[in-house]
Structures are given as structure tokens and as C-alpha cells.
Design a protein around this ligand. Structure first.
Ligand SMILES: [Zn+2]
Length: 257
């Protein structure tokens, strides 16, 4: 994460950002009150872009995968980020414009390649304090999938995640389960169900409809309901998330592809 934009294009970016700010904040053209905004490209993993406010200055960091994007796409993305920062509504047309770029085949493959090569997907060993994910994977694979699911990289997350219990990352071929579940208080069927859900994602790739990736389709939900302990597991997880809900992560102002 170090590459910055060449100086000749940064002036255009700064101008574009000021326009975007006026639009998002609904300022008139002679209205002062636009804080200094710095926009730079970074070699992030994937299409990640971020915005933050520090000492009265706004810092916008765009994935360098946008460097080749037309101005209206970058304008839409900057508006989305600023709207999040200013807690304004993200207008539908910005999302639509942004998506036009993000779903292009060449952009998707460039993004996945960047995530593979740059993304540090660090996972803790599958053999946890209480549960062994490798062993659990084999059991679920045999019982529900006739052994047909290809083994992903499996592991516990490095940090506690209270709301996201599991995650499948197709770019890395990895499945992460929240380490907050790896305790003696968690019933085994709960971890098994979370892993089962992620294994369904491995087995059933997302469907693309109207340019959106649909992960939890009706077909997916029907397959998920095949798990005999789904209702109990979902109820347990809801209580678990609610109990730990005060330990929320810091609000992240991020736009992911
Ligand atoms: Zn899911």
C-alpha cells in the first residue's frame, strides 16, 4: 500500500472531490465550507476504497484499480464515500454508476487477482482451542455432501467477530470461522452449522442477477434448511450476537467492490 497517484492527475482528482463534496453536502457554488480533501490511489487488495476525517481534513483512498476508470465512475465512488462520512443518503444513481464499473469482467478479474496477490488472508490454525475445523469439515462433507466439497483453506479468524460468524472468500478459496465461537460454551452443533453454511457457499457459487451477486438465493436457503439443527443454531447465534452486541467494532467507512 504505497503507490500514490502521479502529480499530474491529482489536481483533477482534487477538483472532482470538491465537486463531489458540494453535491453530497448540497452546497451552492459560492458556498465556502468545503474542507481540504486529499484523494490518492492506493494498491489496496481488491476494490477497497476508504475515507476518513482527521484534523479537519478529508482523506480519500481509492483502490488503484480505479486509476483507469472514467471520471463519472470515480465521481460516483467519491460521492458514495463522502455520503458515508457525512451520514448522507447514498443516491441510487451513484451506486448504479459505480456498479457499471465494478461488475465489468475485466475489473472483476483484476480485482480478484489483486486480492489474491496483495490480500493477506491470515487465519489461525484450524485446530482451535475447543473445535477442530478440519475434522469437522470431513464429517460434514461426508454426511451432507457425499464428500464432494473441495477442501478450502480453513481456519479461525485472528480476532473475535461477534456478528459475522463465518466467511467464505472465493478469491482466496478460504473459509474463516469466528474465533469467538471456539469456546466450551458454544454447542458443537452451532459451529457445525456455521461451517455447513460456508461449505454451501463453496458448493454453490453466487448467481449474478442484474449485476448483483446473489449469495443467499432461495435454492441456497432450501439447501441450508437441510441441516437438522438449523433452527436451534440460528437461535443460539442470535442470542450470542445480541449479548455481545455492545462490543461493536468501530464503524468502518469503507466501500468494497
Ligand atoms: Zn452466507
Amino acid at each position: 500500500m504505497s503507490r500514490t497517484t502521479p502529480p499530474e492527475s491529482s489536481r483533477d482528482l482534487d477538483r472532482l472531490a470538491v465537486e463531489a463534496y458540494r453535491d453530497v453536502a448540497r452546497l451552492g457554488h459560492d458556498d465556502p465550507g468545503v474542507p481540504p480533501i486529499e484523494v490518492r490511489y492506493f494498491a489496496y487488495a481488491g476494490l477497497r476504497s476508504t475515507v476518513r476525517l482527521r484534523d479537519g481534513r478529508i482523506y480519500v483512498r481509492l483502490s488503484d484499480l480505479f486509476e483507469a476508470a472514467p471520471d463519472d465512475i470515480i465521481g460516483a465512488l467519491v460521492r458514495i464515500l463522502l455520503a458515508k462520512l457525512l451520514r448522507r443518503r447514498v443516491r441510487a444513481e451513484w451506486n448504479a454508476t459505480y456498479r457499471l464499473f465494478a461488475i465489468r469482467d475485466d475489473v472483476v478479474s483484476a480485482s480478484e487477482a489483486a486480492r489474491r496477490s496483495r490480500g493477506r488472508k491470515r487465519l489461525a490454525d484450524p485446530a482451535g482451542r475447543v473445535f477442530d475445523l478440519d475434522e469437522m469439515f470431513d464429517r460434514i462433507n461426508a454426511e451432507f455432501f457425499a464428500g464432494a466439497v473441495e477442501r478450502p483453506r480453513l481456519g479461525w479468524t485472528l480476532r473475535d467477530a461477534w456478528r459475522t460468524h463465518g466467511h467464505y472468500d472465493p478469491a482466496h478459496g478460504s473459509v474463516a470461522i469466528s474465533r469467538s465461537l471456539d469456546t466450551p460454551e458454544t454447542p458443537a452443533y452451532v459451529v457445525e452449522f456455521v461451517l455447513y453454511h460456508e461449505m454451501l457457499h463453496v458448493a454453490m457459487p453466487a448467481e449474478v442477477r442484474n449485476g448483483r451477486h446473489m449469495h443467499h438465493t432461495a435454492k441456497f436457503r432450501r439447501a441450508e434448511a437441510q441441516h437438522p439443527r438449523m433452527t436451534d443454531a440460528v437461535a443460539w447465534l442470535e442470542t450470542f450476537s445480541r449479548k455481545n452486541g455492545t462490543r461493536r467494532r468501530r464503524r468502518r467507512l469503507t466501500k468494497r467492490g
